[in-house]
Design a protein around this ligand. Structure first.
Ligand code: 4NP
Length: 165
């Protein structure tokens, strides 16, 4: 059975990338692809290693039916480039940090999450990044969820053909 492994990457691994992980797990379960699409998340920074997702991220996610409580922060490592097929960054700074630690020949694994939002979704056409909600208000966490929902649906659609060929 073919599988594909994806790791969502942000700065702290307590807001955006755990949200992407939780949304992706839910959608992948719904699509009955949990055995084929393997999902994780990590941060480029080390401040929140071992910490649960930010309370605001958890609360916003719970209201939409996603479960983040069991996730714990971890820092991305060079070995993750061997473990994962795709390292999916939330913003350009995360991409830059990943490129700095990327082993030779693995750069194509680094992508931006919003690349996968359907071009037809006018809400996000031209939006490159998932903005860091950490220092802002509750609406930032809602926008992160909106972006993760759109992009993770597109990501599953993009991965599906390679799982069944
Ligand atoms: P995240 O948000 O990268 O989406 O997890 C942040 C969380 C914590 C910090 C920055 C961003 N921080 O500076 O501690």
């Amino acid at each position: 059975m073919k599988t594909v492994s994806v790791c969502f990457v942000c700065l702290g691994n307590i807001c955006r990338s755990p949200t992407a992980e939780g949304v992706m797990r839910h959608l992948v379960d719904e699509a009955k692809l949990a055995e084929r699409i393997l999902i994780d998340s990590a941060g480029t920074g080390d401040w929140h290693i071992g910490a649960p997702p930010d309370q605001r991220a958890q609360q916003a996610a719970t209201q939409r039916g996603y479960e983040l409580a069991a996730l714990r922060g971890r820092q991305i490592a060079a070995t993750d480039f061997e473990r994962f097929d795709l390292l999916i960054a939330m913003d350009d700074k995360n991409v830059a940090a990943l490129r700095q630690m990327c082993p030779p020949g693995q750069r194509d694994k680094i992508r931006l999450l919003m690349e996968f939002a359907p071009q037809t979704d006018s809400r996000w056409s031209g939006t490159r990044e998932v903005t860091d909600p950490y220092f802002g208000g509750a609406e930032g966490f809602e926008q992160v969820l909106d972006q993760c929902e759109a992009a993770c649906r597109g990501l599953i659609a993009a991965l599906r053909p390679q799982l069944f060929t």
